[in-house]
Ligand binder design. Structure first.
Ligand code: NAD
Length: 344
């Protein structure tokens, strides 16, 4: 039986509110299509737009909303680069709720121009430490230090999730690191992955240095299944992988913890397109699909994915990045209508 859920929705900055609006139309269509499914959206404020009003990009009212919901759908947020600005709201939420794995699938989609065909891979990125631990100091004028934290606990925890995914897929896991240079930190990460590998004898494990991986993602992305890596390497490689299969407008991500999860497009707030109703909402729509999967609402997840694929196959409604001139809302509405059509 489908369940009833409270979902925190944070529209964010720039193009965030537009892509979130399109994704909520899709969730409403899924709710209409599946008898018994209840999705209660609870909107909260977060991001750059909050700083003037609240003095923070993550007001306590929003943290309360996150605490009382089953999951969060988050739009992109602008992160100022001034060292005195508050840290990224996404990074704060990931730490606060222990969202230790960032899962970013990347696959070829119909009628989408891509660098290589037949790609179906997932990048699993450690989400709480590495160079994103926020420990950065200017020790003297012109001399800065950033601390790269890697622990066995966090590495084994993300390894468990990555192996579980690989075991359900093509049973191939690639550990990406730079142990030849970062011998201690990436030594801990690499050894943790190979330790957990012993619990998953059905999964073939290999390892690639991050620079070689950047090259192989362009040369032969179809050869990979699940890639597991540290925080910053995963952030960079997942944007690269997204471009290989058609661009940031299509790439979704999940931030998974033991008790909570947050779903978002991989892209940022793209300020130059804000308010233009022009960008592709599919990344955020596929993030909602991942959220339905996490909630174990497989039927809703499959329906959303099928609708996206059908609409792409038909090719009638396409945003600028897909070679068309449809608006963000037109594409969202087309996918929502397709959900109702497929379920009738
Ligand atoms: P960006 O992802 O916002 O945009 C880069 C380019 O990608 C855009 O100019 C556009 O050409 C394309 N693009 C992005 N989203 C698209 C979509 N939905 N459809 C079509 N094309 C799309 O990256 P940026 O310009 O480096 O960052 C802008 C701001 O976003 C920064 O403040 C950055 O810190 C922030 N950011 C936030 C997140 C997040 O909230 N998770 C992630 C990345 C960047």
């Amino acid at each position: 039986m489908p369940g009833s859920y409270k979902i925190a929705v944070l529209p964010g900055d720039g193009i965030g509110p537009e892509v979130i609006e399109a994704a909520t139309k899709v969730l409403e269509a899924a709710q209409e299509a599946i008898k018994g499914l209840e999705i209660n959206l609870i909107f909260g404020e977060a991001g750059y737009n909050c700083i003037k009003k609240y003095g923070t990009n993550l007001p306590k009212e929003t943290i309360e909303i996150l605490r009382e919901t089953h999951a969060c759908l988050k739009g992109p947020m602008t992160t100022p680069e001034d060292p005195k600005a508050p840290p990224s709201a996404a990074v704060t939420i990931r730490k606060m709720f222990g969202l230790y794995a960032n899962v970013r699938p990347c696959r070829s989609l119909p009628r989408v121009e891509s660098v290589k065909p037949n790609v179906d891979l997932i990048i699993v990125r450690e989400n709480t430490e590495g160079l994103y631990s926020g420990k950065e100091f200017e020790v003297s004028p012109g001399k800065g230090i950033a601390i790269r934290i890697v622990t066995r606990n966090a590495s084994e925890r993300v390894a468990q999730l990555a192996f579980k995914l690989a075991a359900e897929r093509k049973r191939h896991l690639t550990c990406v690191h730079k142990r030849n240079i970062l011998r201690i930190t990436d030594g801990i990460f690499r050894d943790s992955i190979f330790k957990i590998a012993k619990d998953y004898p059905s999964v073939y494990v290999d390892e690639v240095h991050v620079d070689a991986m950047a090259m192989r993602l362009v040369k032969e992305p179809e050869k990979f299944d699940v890639i597991v890596t540290t925080n910053m390497f995963g952030d960079i490689l997942s944007d690269e992988a997204a471009q290989i299969t058609g661009g940031l407008g299509l790439a979704a991500g999940a931030n998974i913890g033991d008790n909570y999860a947050m779903f978002e497009p991989v892209h940022g707030s793209a300020p130059k397109y804000a308010g233009k109703n022009k960008v592709n909402p599919i990344a955020t729509i596929l993030a909602s699909k991942m959220m339905m999967n996490y909630l174990n609402e497989k039927e809703a997840a499959e329906l959303i994915e099928k609708a996206v694929i059908e609409v792409l196959k038909e090719g009638k409604v396409r945003t600028y990045d897909l070679g068309g001139n449809s608006t963000t809302q037109e594409l969202g509405e087309e996918i929502a209508s397709k959900i109702l059509e497929l379920s009738s």
